[in-house]
Design a protein around this ligand. Structure first.
Ligand SMILES: C[S@@+](CC[C@H](N)C(=O)[O-])C[C@H]1O[C@@H](n2cnc3c(N)ncnc32)[C@H](O)[C@@H]1O
Ligand SMILES: Nc1nc2[nH]cc(C(=O)O)c2c(=O)[nH]1
Ligand code: SF4
Ligand SMILES: [Mg+2]
Length: 280
């Protein structure tokens, strides 16, 4: 269901106002193959909520984070849309889906209907919900939107007068999210709770060998903090790249790192198949 064009900028994506509402800000809802992780290749319905507490410079879902765009959908409508597809697996993603109270109600309704649920999360928020696979992608320092790597540095201007198109746009693009992203990207207590309570995978976005010491440090800290074992097999390295061209630059390097360190490698099957097309 293409809802990406149904822009509702009036409804807050990440404020308390929504907690009383039995619905979610939905950026897109579609049927595809799971492209990442241990369930890669499994036909799944994807529910992509809008709104994120982080701002990775490389985010492949720009319209859920940097420029949140969505249609408001009641849970019943979301469930009807999911049930219209012939799938056993549902992937709840975003943005950051665990920002939203109503994600719990959706997961409960899916569980009652017998679906396998995967939640794609950055690992900064824990919620108690029926989650079969917590697909956790903790964000490394290399994700931080520095002034040099701010996707909004090219501020679109009004062609008539050269002025920024929207109020406040003049301040965008100079790394104003850097400190907030850096402060919030790792929450060890939330990570420990997620791995303790759910079946999980830890899926790191990797560009090159410089990312590895931080992954090893984070794993050591998490193994210390959590009451459950974290096997190297639970750790997946995923090449950074939202397009085929970019993946062609990163994937062999990342595959070599997976072999060197004894972690798993995960492809980005959907990017190989459909590049950066929406609803894939
Ligand atoms: C858009 S995020 C949404 C879920 C959650 N916010 C998170 O980051 O895990 C879905 C997945 O895409 C990954 N991702 C986003 N941009 C990427 C990129 N340019 N290259 C590789 N993976 C990317 C994230 O790390 C995450 O595993
Ligand atoms: N096909 C496909 N597989 C995915 N696995 C995780 C995704 C996500 O954006 O969370 C994703 C996605 O966007 N598309
Ligand atoms: S945490 Fe996920 S949705 Fe949020 S900006 Fe990073 S990749 Fe995008
Ligand atoms: Mg994706």
């Amino acid at each position: 269901m293409p809802v990406s064009n149904t822009v509702d900028r009036e409804t807050p994506a990440d404020t308390d106002a929504e907690s009383a509402v039995d619905g979610l800000p939905i950026n897109e809802l579609f049927y595809s193959l799971q492209g990442e992780g241990v369930l890669a290749g499994v036909p799944s319905v994807f529910v992509r909520t809008s709104g994120c507490n982080l701002r990775c410079w490389f985010c492949d879902s720009y319209h859920t984070s940097w420029e949140p765009t969505h249609a408001w959908m009641e849970l019943d409508a979301i469930l009807d849309e999911i049930e219209s597809h012939d799938a056993d697996h549902v992937v709840l993603t975003g943005g950051e889906p665990l920002l939203h109270d109503a994600s719990v109600a959706l997961l409960e309704a899916l569980d009652e209907r017998g679906y396998h649920t995967t939640v794609e999360t950055n690992g900064t928020i824990y919620r108690d919900a029926p989650i079969d696979l917590a697909s956790i992608s903790p964000k490394l320092a290399s994700s931080t939107p520095t002034p040099e790597r701010d996707p909004r540095s090219e501020v679109p201007t009004d062609s008539q007068n050269g002025e920024p198109q929207s109020p406040g746009a003049a301040n965008q693009g100079d790394g104003e999210w850097e400190d907030r992203h850096e402060a919030n990207r790792i929450d060890m207590a939330a990570l420990a709770a997620l791995v303790e309570e759910y079946g999980f995978q830890l899926k790191f976005v990797v560009t090159d060998a410089d990312d590895m010491p931080e992954i090893l440090d984070l794993l050591a800290d998490l193994r210390e903090a959590a009451d459950v074992p974290i096997r190297d097999d639970d750790v997946l390295l995923m090449p950074e790249g939202a397009t085929r061209d970019r993946l062609a630059e990163t994937r062999t390097r990342v595959a070599d790192l997976a072999m060197e360190y004894g972690f798993r490698y995960t492809p980005r099957l959907h990017v190989d198949l459909w590049n950066d097309a929406p609803e894939t």
